[in-house]
Design a protein around this ligand. Structure first.
Ligand code: BTN
Length: 270
């Protein structure tokens, strides 16, 4: 019998000092945003077994059926300039990738697709987003939303996702204890968020680069809300996590620095 998310008891210090768990909710992000407006503390954690209106990046929806996966949001009140707030998504991607790797057989290839999708054997297993609320040039709060496909079976995925998405169970061949996985992930996440807060983002990026396999890939970056499409060859990520892309017809030192967008890997020449 599966343990329920109501049994969650992570061994964290500040992450989850207030913990809200729901069987069903529209979106943990939306609930965390409501709590943010009501003054809930930094580190408040909202989990749901299923979401009826799970939100993805760039205005997309996020498939969120019950009983199999993890959907949660962390309310953050970061004391840092707005341009540094995206650092939290790199911390989250590293925490998810490392926890996934620790729970999978070695044959499974866990990687981060810039900026923050975690893939197993080339298929998406986790999505992360970070809506933020500003007053002038001050971040009042940000909501770190994380979804992880833990135990979904392939035939539980909608047809259109079967070739591009997977779960830890699909890839690794066995079901995991969702509660234990969540507790492990939260401990890793707190440690990485601590590094962001302590000004040690370079350590987060070192770990990020260990899971980054896109160097040399030909890509197109665009998507809703992205002003200008960029096409080229990925060189790596810089010290702020921006993607460095070399356009096909640029001079020897022309490099595009991409801060946001949706990446498509191109198979042919660019
Ligand atoms: C993406 O891949 O586009 C980001 C997906 C983020 C999904 C998570 S699930 C928990 C939290 N609540 C939401 O509505 N969205 C995030």
């Amino acid at each position: 019998m599966d343990r329920t998310l109501f049994e969650l008891a992570p061994e964290t210090r500040w992450l989850g000092a207030r913990l809200e768990v729901f069987d069903e909710i529209d979106s943990t992000n939306l609930f965390a945003e409501r709590l943010g407006h009501e003054g809930a503390p930094d580190g408040t954690l909202v989990f749901a077994d299923r979401q009826t209106a799970g939100r993805g990046r760039l205005g997309r929806s996020f498939f969120s059926p019950g009983g199999r996966s993890l959907y949660f949001s962390v309310l953050l009140r970061p004391a840092m300039p707005p341009e540094q707030v995206p650092r939290h998504v790199f911390a989250a991607a590293v925490a998810v990738a490392e926890t996934a790797r620790a729970n999978l057989p070695e044959r499974c290839a866990v990687e981060i697709k810039w900026p923050n999708d975690v893939l197993i054997d080339g298929r998406k297993t986790s999505g992360i987003n970070l809506p933020a609320h500003f007053e002038g040039n001050r971040v009042v709060f940000a909501v770190l939303g994380i979804g992880v496909n833990v135990n979904l079976a392939r035939d539980e995925l909608p047809e259109e996702l079967r070739e591009i998405a997977t779960s830890l169970r699909n890839a690794g061949g066995k079901s995991l204890d969702r509660v234990a996985f969540a507790e492990e992930l939260l401990v890793q996440l707190e440690a990485r968020l601590d590094q962001v807060r302590a000004g040690a983002f370079a350590a987060v990026l070192d770990a990020y680069r260990n899971s980054f396999r896109m160097a040399g890939a030909k890509v197109r970056i665009g998507g809703p809300g992205v002003a200008r499409e960029v096409i080229g060859t990925v060189l790596g990520v810089d010290e702020e996590g921006a993607l460095l892309v070399k356009p096909p017809n640029g001079g020897a030192d022309s490099v595009e620095r991409v801060l946001a967008g949706d990446v498509t890997i191109l198979r042919g020449p660019v």
